[in-house]
Design a protein around this ligand. Structure first.
Ligand SMILES: [Mg+2]
Length: 202
């Protein structure tokens, strides 16, 4: 079995959608409120949500409600369920203490076959402390990908300011992930068949 390390926010779940819904619920009657579709949010700090400052949005990440309403990215749970046959899956996610506690509970309930590895914002600015050698790493932040020692690194999802400079492999959705890394043993067999007679299989 190989190792697969997967980010949580923006990769396994649609974090932007959940945060936008929490904002809608709280500020709908505010005089400066304007309805914003989650797909219009393109800033890391949620600047598009005008009635709430960064600290207010940050607090949403530590509320149980976030974990009650957050949804899987399309087909994430299905494809992860397939990948678990080929990989030891670890969810590697950054957050503050309360966020990580609730996130771990969510993962244990919804993705019980995966390990959870939290990286606290209080002590770390990226995920480089996690040894991912020989593994595959999927994340949506260039900084995390660039500082990882994973053998294969994949940037997931739409292009945003926090990943637009990534020049490596991209997967727009979970079907692309399956195409890129699904059934690794089968792929190795296929590659062996392509070798010309006499070639060393190294
Ligand atoms: Mg993320």
């Amino acid at each position: 079995m190989r190792d697969l390390y997967v980010d949580y926010d923006g990769v396994i779940v649609n974090t932007i959608k959940a945060i936008t819904e929490m904002y809608d619920d709280e500020f709908r009657d505010h005089p400066n409120y304007r309805e914003v579709n989650w797909s219009e949010v393109e800033s890391w700090e949620f600047n598009e949500l005008k009635c709430a400052d960064a600290a207010h949005i940050d607090a949403y990440f530590c509320e149980p409600k976030f974990f009650e309403i957050v949804e899987f990215m399309p087909w994430a749970d299905y494809i992860l369920g397939l990948l678990k046959e080929y990989y030891n899956i670890t969810i590697v996610s950054m957050g503050h203490t309360e966020n990580l506690k609730l996130k771990e509970e969510w993962c244990k309930f919804n993705i019980p076959y995966a390990r959870f590895c939290g990286v606290n914002f209080d002590n770390h600015v990226n995920k480089s402390k996690i040894d991912m050698r020989y593994g595959v790493f999927i994340d949506d932040v260039t900084e995390n990908l660039n500082t990882s020692n994973a053998i294969k690194r994949i940037c997931f999802g739409d292009k945003y300011a926090w990943n637009q400079d990534w020049e490596g492999v991209r997967c727009a959705n979970w079907f692309d992930v399956w195409k890129a890394i699904g059934k690794p043993e089968w792929k190795e067999q296929q590659n062996k068949k392509k070798l010309k007679p006499g070639c060393l299989d190294i």
